[in-house]
Design a protein. Structure first.
Length: 317
């Protein structure tokens, strides 16, 4: 296979992990370049790495200017791992130079960015891909299978939760926010990709109306430049009356797990309850002989890749 020259923009803890995963997990990847406005993220040992990235990847060219990296590094792919609310511009710049993009989520922060990036992708000869894709997780695969078999009937109400825990002063708090509060530019409910995607996979009509409420700020650990809610809740409805409820919390004080889903159908029920390393999927159907709830493991890896060692090295989603 031809070698693929990969560059990184955003060398925080997430970027370091994704760049290392690509470089070490696939023989055809050349870790060609990396970019960050804070050089210490590359040249000094940071959270969750054994040594400085410059030591691990001595042949990788480091830049502090993204445009310069795109111009000089002769890249095939850029991994976009900038702050959670500022991905779109970096993606569009790479696409404009026909450089393929692997971006983290959320891809856009508003409708204007969505329109801009859509047009950039259409004009480019390159491809944009999105990482951390819960639409391919085990729960979603099984949900789509059950729906296609008619075991759930027609969904009439579905729920999803994405809960980020946050303990001020903890080692994780310090590490995650090494470059500032990563949540400050991100309205919680707009980080909806993990949650809505799996549910929309079995919905055959668009969401038509939405109402959204926020708690405001009650936590006392904010910096002065953060103005978002601790938690937000949105309710969506389709023309046929299917309701979806979404909750997003970014300051939960307990490690209760990230992703929960519940699907209520006319013929059955399915849920995924996340309890960190002990997630479970439970389901039933009135069309089966045994109508009681059945329980299976709720791990993220889909059944197709459960025994694939290469897939296990390739991250979540």
């Amino acid at each position: 296979m031809d070698k693929i020259r990969v560059g990184l923009v955003g060398a925080g803890h997430r970027g370091r992990a994704m760049f290392s995963l690509a470089a070490k997990g696939f023989d055809f990847v050349v870790p060609a370049a990396a970019c960050d406005i804070i050089p210490s993220n590359w040249y000094e040992k940071q959270w969750l790495v054994d040594e400085a990235m410059a030591v691990t990847f001595p042949n990788t060219e480091f830049y502090t200017d993204y445009d310069e990296m795109l111009e000089k590094a002769n890249l095939d792919v850029v991994i976009v791992e900038t702050g959670a609310g500022i991905h779109a511009e970096f993606c569009a710049k790479a696409l404009a130079k026909n450089i393929n993009v692997m971006t983290d989520i959320p891809v856009v922060a508003n409708m204007e960015e969505a329109d801009m990036l859509w047009e950039a992708a259409k004009k480019s000869k390159a491809m944009i891909s999105v990482g951390a894709n819960p639409n391919e997780q085990k729960f979603t695969v099984l949900l789509k299978e059950a729906y296609k078999k008619g075991l759930l009937g027609k969904p009439y109400c579905m729920e999803a939760e994405y809960i980020h825990w946050f303990r001020p002063g903890s080692a994780e708090d310090i590490g995650v926010n090494e470059n500032g509060d990563w949540r400050k530019l991100l309205i919680p409910i707009r980080y909806c990709t993990h949650s809505l995607g799996p549910l929309l996979a079995i919905l055959d009509e668009p969401l038509r109306k939405v109402s959204c409420f926020g708690t405001g700020r009650h936590a006392d650990d904010y910096t002065d430049d953060v103005v978002d809610d601790d938690m937000q809740c949105a309710q969506f409805i389709t023309d046929a009356g299917v309701v979806i409820r979404l909750q997003r919390n970014k300051r939960c004080r307990a490690e209760i797990g990230h992703h929960n889903y519940r699907v209520f159908g006319t013929e059955g029920y399915m849920e995924r309850i996340d309890r960190m390393d002990n997630a479970v999927i439970r389901y039933n159907s009135t069309r089966e002989l045994e109508t009681g709830l059945k329980e299976i493991g709720g791990e993220f890896m889909p059944p197709k890749y459960a025994d694939d060692e290469t897939a296990k090295k390739a991250g979540h989603g």
